[in-house]
Design a protein around this ligand. Sequence first.
Ligand code: ARG
Length: 492
Amino acid sequence: MTNQPLWHGRFENSTNPDAFALNASISFDIRMADQDVRGSIAWAEAIYKADVITAAEHTQIQAGLRQIEQELLAQTFTVKPDDEDIHSAVERRLGEIIGALSGKLHTGRSRNDQVATDFRLWMLDNIPALDAALVDLQSALVERAEADLSPAPLCPSDISPQGGEKLLLPPKGEGWDGGRGAIIMPGYTHLQRAQPILLSQWWLSHYPPLKRDQARLQELSRRVSILPLGSGALAGCPYPIDRVALSESLGFDAPSFNSLDAVSNRDFAAEFLFIAAMIGTHLSKISEQIILFTSAEFGFFELDDAYSTGSSLMPQKKNADPFELTRGKAGTLLGYLTGLMATLKGLPSTYDKDLQEDKIPVFAAFDTLIAMLPVIAGALRTLTVKPARMEAAIDTNMMATDLADYLVERGVPFREAHAISGEVVRAGIDKQKPLDELTLEEYQAINTVFDEEVYAVYDARESIAKRAAIGGTAPEAVKAQIERAKKELTSL
Ligand code: ARG
């Protein structure tokens, strides 16, 4: 090897090339180049202030590091075959620029506290992009909820060649129509038709999970913002460096508490992967339902061509690939978390080379989410809703709970009302009739409490309108959710 590794002194022979390749992390930790240089600039200042290097040496080291920073920016920084990792690569390049003085930079520092610092800096630098992508997806959901709460009547040009549907709406006055024209659909439990809901309520159901993920990222940022640098290899730094000033100069909240913990702590990486897996799970849930809803059997949604793909064999196919991939990648994201947890579980105190594996899943999880989130947001913003299909999928059995409530209003205890309502459903099945086509005699044969007003129970919009308590599906409760979400999104 032309360039010797940073640790060559006690070795007589050079590393076996395959062992070198296995050991090397430059292929992935190159992503932390910027953070590595920033960390080194701060470290040079810390050891200068601690009288480890002179002012002149500090100036030269700093100028060399600034040059590397420029090279990174200009993308002229090149990795050499002997660069084991980003720390070695930066130190090698500094040596090329300022000569032997570069060897003073690593005084009092270890790659153990260095890599932990770089990795935390990388995370702090990149969380905002993920945060922004999460906010955009939340906005897409709220936009859909708002649009589908007061949908504009479709004009002929809105009707897609695949057969969009004419929406028959009550005439709209100025302002809000009170949700009279809102799109309604079956709500499901166990994937069985349960109770009617507003489509907007369904869109909004996916907003708070993403909001929680975003809050988790913000909380994680606070725990990431603890500086390991100045912990040495494991036992601490023998030079009188001011770790509080060092921490401030790099934008961290505080220096780490204990040097042994500082070099081995990867909780933040595992937490990041948990959040990534949780986001993946939330996206998978949306995806699974979109896949179902775009199938011919449901026919509730149609994806825009821009967000679907065809089949190489079957000309008629229009597949929901982005959503299937998202569902699939949710599994991969979970794998990243379990992989790192399994690695951490076996480790004793302080740094072990196993820890080098931490960056691979974190970078992969980050890239996966950054690739997925905008596609999901775009696909949701552009998909076509089929209100008539959705409304037609609501059957009278879905108002069986309302039927029980009707009996409760007439003094029947709920438990009994539930049983009577169940008998009505049974009668409908036996007579092969929807419940609003059973005659009053048939109702009264089941229970004499029934009167003419029973038929009003089967108005799905009425059923929806009744659920007006905070968080419910009634139009005004949904509108309140939209207002709150919009406020939250604009106050960010
Ligand atoms: N490339 C290593 C990593 O990513 C840097 C730390 C190396 N430390 C050591 N003691 N070999 O973890």
